[in-house]
Design a protein around this ligand. Sequence first.
Ligand SMILES: Nc1nc2c(ncn2[C@@H]2O[C@H](COP(=O)(O)OP(=O)(O)O)[C@@H](O)[C@H]2O)c(=O)[nH]1
Ligand SMILES: [Mg+2]
Length: 372
Amino acid sequence: MNKNQQTGNPFRRISYISPISEIVSVSFKKTTGIRRKSSKKRQTREEKIAEAEKERISVLSLEMTNRLDRIVNQFPWINDIHPFYFELCNLIGNVDKIKRVLGRLGGISQKIKDIEREQLIKLYQTEHPLEMAQIRRETGGRFASLIKKAEGDVKYLIRIVKKLKTIPDFNVLLPTIVIAGAPNVGKSSLVREISSGIPEVGEYPFTTKQVVFGHREQGFMKIQIVDTPGILDRPIRERSMIERQSIATIRYVSDIIVFMFDVSKDAAIPLNEQLNLIEEITNEFPDTPIIKVLNKIDLITEKEQDNISRDLDIEFPISLKNITGIKELTEKLEEITKKIIKESEKFRHAFDISISEEYLPVDKDKEIDYEI
Ligand SMILES: Nc1nc2c(ncn2[C@@H]2O[C@H](COP(=O)(O)OP(=O)(O)O)[C@@H](O)[C@H]2O)c(=O)[nH]1
Ligand SMILES: [Mg+2]
C-alpha cells in the first residue's frame, strides 16, 4: 500500500517543526565543539586544521539539511490525501502554497549540499589555515543566509500544521454515519448509546464546537458514528462562506445521515425550523441517504407520535431515555452499511487495497491471516 494512503488524519503524524531560527542556532552549536584531533596519523598541522574545518562545514550542512528534509518528509504527499482532508487542508491553508513551500525547502536543502561540495573543494585547494577558516566562515554565512530565506515559509507551515492536526481523525475507509438535527434533540446521547467505546472528540475547522465521534463494532467491521454539534444543527445559509465549505467536506465521509427531530416540550427550536434544517441538509448532501428519527417519544403522547410520524415520514420513533426503538434503528443502520460496503466504490477500493499483490505473502508457504 502507498505509504501516504492513510486512513485517519494524515497530518497527525507530523511532529514538531523547528522554526528556522532554531535550526540555525542548533546547527551552529553542533559545530562549536569540533576541534583539531590529536590523531596518531602522521599529519601536518595544516592537514589537521583542514580536517577540522571540513568537519565543521559538513556537520553544519548535515544538521541544517537533515532538519529541512525532516520537515518536508513528514508531510503526506499532498496529491494522495483523501478528498476530505485535502479539501479541509485547502480551506485551512492553501494546498498549492503548501506544495510550493515544501518544494522551496527541499530546494534550499539541495542548494546547501551543493554549496558544501563546492566549498570543500576550495578548502582542499588551500594550505593556509587562515584561508581555511575564512572558507568555513564564508560557507556558514552562505548556509545561514540561504536557510533564513525559508523563515516565513516555515512559520506558515507551523501555523497551518497546528490547525491541520486538530481535524478529527476520521477513518476515511470506514462506513460513516453522521448524526444531524437541532441542538438538544439528543445527537450526543445517540452517539453514546450506539457506540461501542467512549466517543472521541476533535475540532472541526471554522466552527466553534468540537466533533464527537464514536465507533461501533459491527460483525467483521467497524463503522463510525459522528456527532456534529454546531455544524449540522443550525441553518447552513446563516454560515460564512468558509464555514459552509468546511461543512461541505463532510460529504466525503458521510455514508448515511441520521436526522433527529424533537417535538417535545424540551425542543430547542420549533418544528418548522427543524424542517428547514432537514431541507437544507438534504440539499447539501443530495447523494446521502437520510434516515428520519423522532427522539424523546417518552415526552409526547402516542397520538402526537402517530401524527408526527405520519406527517414527517418518520422511520424510527425512539426514546434515548427509555431506550425504546434503538434496536430497530441500529438494525436498519447495519443493514444499510452492509449494503453500502457491498456496493460503494469507496469500500471496494478499501477491499482492493487489503488484498492487492503487495499484501500477498512473499513466502507462499507461510500462512497469513488477512484482515479486511
Ligand atoms: N426525556 C428525554 N430526554 C432525552 C432523550 N434523549 C436525550 N435527552 C436529553 O436531551 C438533552 C440533550 O441531549 P443531547 O444528546 O446532549 O442533545 P444534542 O444537543 O443533540 O447532542 C439531554 O439532557 C438528554 O438527557 C429522550 O429520549 N428523552
Ligand atoms: Mg451534543
